[in-house]
Design a protein around this ligand. Structure first.
Ligand code: SAM
Length: 286
């Protein structure tokens, strides 16, 4: 069904199905007709690709994805939307809707079962209450996917896409850059949604790296160290890590010194290579 981002069409559908928005499920539906085609085009929805969508709403993005990709598998937690989607997506033979919580869905199995012979990408206007857990789960599980293109809150997008060694960066920046090449695509104003949220949004894309950075021998310890480094913002690397990980400051300092870094270095001054070397050396002195 076209016109799905026309506010009158949406209101009519929702009224007929007696649908009430759930704030808890982050239900802010897109009503700006220019946004979904852009997400689909910039998000790898094209021939030869299967797309996983998270959170369909009434199917406005699903519709644009289905027009371009070979297949779309969309996961929607709210069962009240299933009869709505039966109506709005009825013309597409290449869409499968799964009524489930994405956080409880085995995406590796889903990809194996549904997308044989296709490249796979994720596209979504994410419910904001699970933005970070969804992105981190998709990245950490090393799914066989090419890209993740998602709408997130503007502030979250800035943090996720801030370059390494910038003031805005945090532990999540290191994690995202470890698994992918992040890119800010475009901004979306709060007026593009029904009901409008209290914040503006943006669309970001993560192009998944074929190889993660070399030299990480213990990934779990690497990320534990990165989290510890940023646990106390505006503290030095030395103070933050020794405090958060309960390691003697002299030991942490000896590692920092052996890498040729200043003892007063702050975590946001480290490159990916510095973090890799720091975590490896730190582990060896424990
Ligand atoms: N894609 C639609 C659009 O752009 O208009 C809807 C986006 S709305 C921000 C988020 C959608 O995610 C809602 O339909 C909501 O019910 C669904 N959702 C919320 N939590 C979910 C979860 N854990 N798993 C799957 N879907 C979820």
């Amino acid at each position: 069904m076209d016109n799905l981002s026309n506010i009158r069409v949406i209101k009519d559908i929702l009224e007929r199905h007696d649908f009430k928005f759930s704030k808890q499920l982050g239900q802010n539906f897109l009503v700006n007709p220019s946004v979904c085609p852009k997400i689909a085009e910039m998000g790898n929805a094209k021939k030869g690709f299967g797309i996983i969508e998270i959170g369909t709403g009434i199917g406005v993005l699903t519709n644009e994805l289905a027009k371009r990709a070979d297949k779309v598998v969309a996961i929607e937690i709210d069962k009240r939307l299933i009869p709505v989607l039966d109506e709005t997506l009825s013309e597409h033979r290449n869409v499968k809707i799964i009524n489930a919580d994405v956080m409880k869905t085995d995406l590796k199995k889903l990809i194996k079962d549904e997308f044989q012979g296709l490249e796979v990408a994720v596209c979504a206007n994410l419910p904001y209450y699970i933005t970070s857990p969804v992105i981190m789960t998709l990245l950490e599980n090393r799914l066989p996917i090419k890209s993740i293109t998602v709408m997130v809150q503007k502030e979250a997008g800035v943090r996720l896409c801030s370059p390494m060694q910038s003031r805005e960066m945090g532990a999540v920046t290191v994690a995202v850059n470890y698994f992918s090449v992040p890119q800010m695509l475009f901004n979306v104003s709060r007026g593009s949604f029904m009901p409008p949220p209290n914040v503006d949004s943006c669309v970001v894309r993560f192009d998944i790296r074929e190889k993660t950075p070399e030299g990480v021998t213990d990934e779990k310890f690497f990320f534990k160290t990165v989290r510890a480094a940023f646990e106390q913002r505006r503290k030095t690397l030395s103070n933050s890590v020794s405090c958060a990980m309960g390691i003697e400051k002299s030991k942490v300092n000896s590692v920092i010194d052996s890498l040729g870094l200043s003892l007063s270095v702050r975590p946001e001054q480290l490159s990916m290579e510095d973090f890799v070397a720091f975590a490896r050396k730190l582990k060896s002195v424990l």
